[in-house]
Design a protein around this ligand. Structure first.
Ligand code: NAP
Length: 355
């Protein structure tokens, strides 16, 4: 049984192939050079991010003949690259490995003419069109930009936690809870995410221990009431995880009492870290509005306050955070970008029929 999110980062970037050829997986970490005829740096749509939102936007934009460039990030593929089995993405009744799902989305985008590059965007200039983006030392220009840079789970930053990711350590109960049927799990955190994850996990696990570093929760009253009244949930107050125990698989956590400093071992089969997510907004913060939680905010549908700049996926969504909702958002952003281009005479109005 493959337990949990975050196993070996199975990054197998697909080589960008000409029509008809089969994509070939390159070894982990191999930079993927674009073929000479694909060294484009100017596009009507540049998409930042290559998770489900970015690649779905790329599929839609490419099918509308907009030849998008995807600046996908050095760690391409987003959070699904550190997910093992994905069982809730429609169309895969047997489930699919997260990295394979991302490889397929990428192959689908390149098949229709998207150029997907594994480069990090270092800087942008949205002061005028064409917009400018710098990535991997190259300047790209774009009539429209779709920001789909995602969010990253915040981890405890313990060596043992990193080592056991995908071996019982996860940051996604929706993805991995199923693997802990009749097992015992620990959820770390005291906010709504932790309470929600804990409640979700009671569907599978026989016992859920919420480990929180203080003596009261940060989460909403209603979530607290639900969690505290659930007979399968127990709370370890004033407790901090200082080590995840286990060799090949999680076997427990070492907890430190934040008041007395005493340490004890809590045996467990799984550890769900739910201490928040951080949206990847760094290079956009000077240009786009953020909400009080730091996520990018939209003004109308997927449009931002800068005309021609759209956002999609987890970089703006802290509520649903699912691959399927991100993909749906990417589709919406691509349609909005295409309509915007058509309105400004930069795309054929008829291409809207490509949807
Ligand atoms: P959050 O509200 O920031 O809570 C993070 C929790 O993790 C806090 O309890 C914090 O402890 C703890 N924490 C942070 N760093 C830690 C560390 N290094 N070690 C141990 N514990 C640590 O984040 P969230 O729960 O992801 O929620 C984010 C936002 O989304 C919130 O506004 C929330 O209401 C919303 N949300 C809503 C729902 C819902 O309505 N169903 C579901 C999920 C999220 P302290 O309390 O001691 O700081």
């Amino acid at each position: 049984m493959d337990q949990g999110t975050g196993g070996t980062r199975g990054i197998t970037p697909l080589q960008i192939m000409s029509d008809g050829e089969q994509p070939v997986a390159a070894p982990v970490g191999t930079p993927v050079p674009a073929p000479a005829d694909e060294q484009r740096t100017d596009a009507r749509v540049v998409i930042v991010g290559s998770g489900p939102a970015g690649l779905t936007a790329a599929i839609y934009a490419a099918r509308a003949n907009l030849e998008p460039i995807v600046l996908g990030g050095y760690e391409a593929g987003g959070q699904l690259m550190i997910t093992s089995e994905v069982e809730n993405f429609p169309g895969f009744p047997e489930g699919i490995q997260g990295p394979e799902l991302m490889d397929r989305m990428r192959a689908q985008a390149t098949r229709f003419g998207a150029l997907v590059l594994d480069v990090d965007v270092e800087r942008v200039d949205f002061s005028r069109r064409p917009f400018r983006l710098w990535a991997g030392g190259v300047e790209y220009t774009a009539q429209t930009v779709i920001v789909a840079s995602g969010a990253s789970a915040i981890w405890l930053e313990l060596e043992s936690e990193t080592r056991l990711r995908g071996r019982g350590v996860s940051a996604c109960a929706t993805c991995d809870g199923f693997f802990f049927r009749d097992r015992k799990v620990v959820v770390v955190g005291g906010g709504d995410s932790a309470l929600e994850e804990a409640l979700f996990l009671t569907k599978y696990a026989r016992e859920v221990v919420v480990v929180h570093r203080r003596d009261q929760f940060r989460g909403s009253r209603i979530m607290q009431e639900r969690a505290l009244s659930n007979p399968r949930i127990r709370v370890a107050w004033n407790s901090q995880v200082v080590e995840v125990l286990g060799d090949q698989q999680v076997s427990g956590v070492r907890l430190r009492d934040t008041v007395t400093g005493e340490e004890r071992v809590e045996p467990t089969d799984g550890v769900f870290v739910a201490i928040g997510h951080r949206p990847n907004t760094g290079v956009f913060r000077d240009w786009l509005d953020t909400d009080p939680k730091g996520y990018l905010s939209v003004h109308e549908e997927t449009a931002t306050r800068i005309e021609g700049v759209f956002v999609a996926g987890d970089v703006r969504d802290h509520r649903y955070r699912q691959a399927i909702t991100a993909a749906g958002d990417g589709c919406r952003a691509a349609i909005d970008a295409e309509h915007w281009l058509a309105e400004h005479g930069l795309a054929e109005p008829a291409t809207a029929s490509a949807w």
